[in-house]
Design a protein around this ligand. Structure first.
Ligand code: SAH
Ligand code: SF4
Length: 395
């Protein structure tokens, strides 16, 4: 996208209830945890299950935030809920819309931390790329997020909250009595490909995805959710068993020597160990393939020999290879491979029988493309520091 493409940026004024201190946020509680919270607040035992189901529908299917609007609950019960609980989402600090329709949200979560979420509209789907951590413990050398230390894991409420914020912005809460087919939803797919390593925040990601997959929750099928991991081998089997969503793996190299440099977790679990874990992932078939993400770095991992080694390595694994042209960021030590090189690489992979789409960079003009997240946060930080400096205050 040319740098001169029009960008709209605004501070969103979606009215949001301030997070009431001392009241438990219901967003992100698993069904059993919600039932337990209602019980502890004094809901009669014989009503707990029904009340939990009703609340679940109000919160996740109808997008209602105000207990008073929950018309199938008695006034007295609504008052009890309002006294104990709140329904709070991350706060939208800014929202940018790219010339290609990509939307990037900068969200503030408790503690004043910030994360980014990106919505990518496509012809047949709308994908929300969500974050699982503030920063990342890993230090992949081509990734901008990897230059930011892990600040903290996101809670299940903050993970599901990203989806709810996007649905607010897209105006996509169904009218009463209507629940549109998922095929026609603006937000039809979720990818855990934002900031952070989802398998290093396993329980919270799992609980959040359970709400997303729940038929009375956000109700996206497990096949519409893709979790991307850099290769946390011991957690891969667990993701298969306890989440069951689609899996993507940041592969990026075909020898251990190169992968050790690009994806340092490879020093702990090397390519052979990773491939064994992938082969054992449940339900693999032609319709449920593993996505191998492969960032194209000029002169580093993009040769014909690499392409041939790649198809040999993954032989027998139902797979698709997603080639990602490297997205540059200030100070990045790599360059994007030339287009002809990327196409030649894709061709070898394709001829070996694997789908090899080249991921079109989306939202580059707003730094929303893969691996560019963090910039807005940094910019925001910098401007606050500048403001503080101007005012003679400590940054
Ligand atoms: N931590 C997880 C998920 C987030 S990264 C993981 O590593 O899989 C999502 C994808 O973007 C990963 O495949 C990552 O390797 C890739 N990526 C990171 N930085 C990039 C960059 N600068 N250009 C292109 N892709 C990048
Ligand atoms: Fe973390 Fe993924 Fe970036 Fe690696 S590529 S530093 S695992 S976010």
């Amino acid at each position: 996208m040319p740098a001169s493409a029009p960008i709209t940026q605004d501070l969103v004024t979606i009215p949001r209830k301030p997070e009431e201190t001392g009241r438990m946020n219901l967003v992100g509680l698993t069904r059993p945890a919600l039932a337990e919270a209602l019980r502890a607040a004094g809901t009669p035992e014989q009503q707990v299950k029904m009340r939990a189901a009703q609340l679940w529908q109000w919160i996740y299917q109808k997008g209602v935030r105000d207990f008073d609007a929950m018309t199938n609950l008695s006034k007295a019960y609504r008052a009890l809920l309002a006294a104990h609980f709140c329904i709070a989402l991350p706060e939208v600090v800014s929202r940018q819309v790219s010339a290609d329709g990509t939307r990037k949200y900068l969200l503030r979560i408790s503690g004043g931390h910030e994360v980014e979420t990106v919505y990518i509209p496509e012809e047949d789907r709308g994908t929300l790329c969500i974050s699982s951590q503030v920063g990342c413990t890993l230090t992949c050398s081509f990734c901008h997020t990897g230059t930011q230390k892990l600040v903290r894991n996101l809670t299940p409420g903050e993970i599901v909250g990203q989806i709810m914020v996007a649905r607010d912005d897209l105006g996509e809460w169904p009218a009463p009595g209507r629940n549109p087919k998922v095929e026609t939803r603006l937000l039809s797919n979720v990818v855990l490909m934002g900031m952070g390593e989802p398998l290093y925040n396993f329980e919270n990601v799992r609980d959040a995805m359970q709400i997303v997959m729940d038929n009375e929750g956000i109700s996206l099928s497990r096949r519409r959710i893709t979790l991307s991991t850099s290769g946390v081998v011991p957690e891969i089997a667990r993701a298969g068993a306890e989440i069951g969503c689609m899996l993507a793996v940041s592969f990026h190299a075909t020898t251990d020597a190169v992968r050790d440099k690009l994806v340092p977790i490879n020093r702990r679990w090397n390519i052979a160990t990773l491939l064994d874990a992938l082969r054992a992932y449940p339900k693999l078939s032609n319709s449920e393939r593993i996505t191998f993400e492969y960032v194209m770095l000029k002169g580093v991992n993009d040769s014909d020999a690499d392409a041939r080694r790649l198809v040999q390595l993954i032989a027998g694994i139902p797979a698709k290879i997603n080639l990602i042209p490297f997205n540059e960021w200030p100070g990045a030590p790599y360059e994007r491979s030339d287009w002809a090189r990327i196409e030649a690489f894709a061709d070898i992979v394709y001829k070996a029988g694997y789908a090899s789409p080249i991921r079109t960079p989306r939202g580059e003009d707003i730094m929303a493309a893969c691996g560019q997240l963090k910039s807005a946060t940094e910019r925001a930080r910098k401007s606050r520091a500048e403001i503080a400096a101007e005012a003679g205050l400590p940054g």
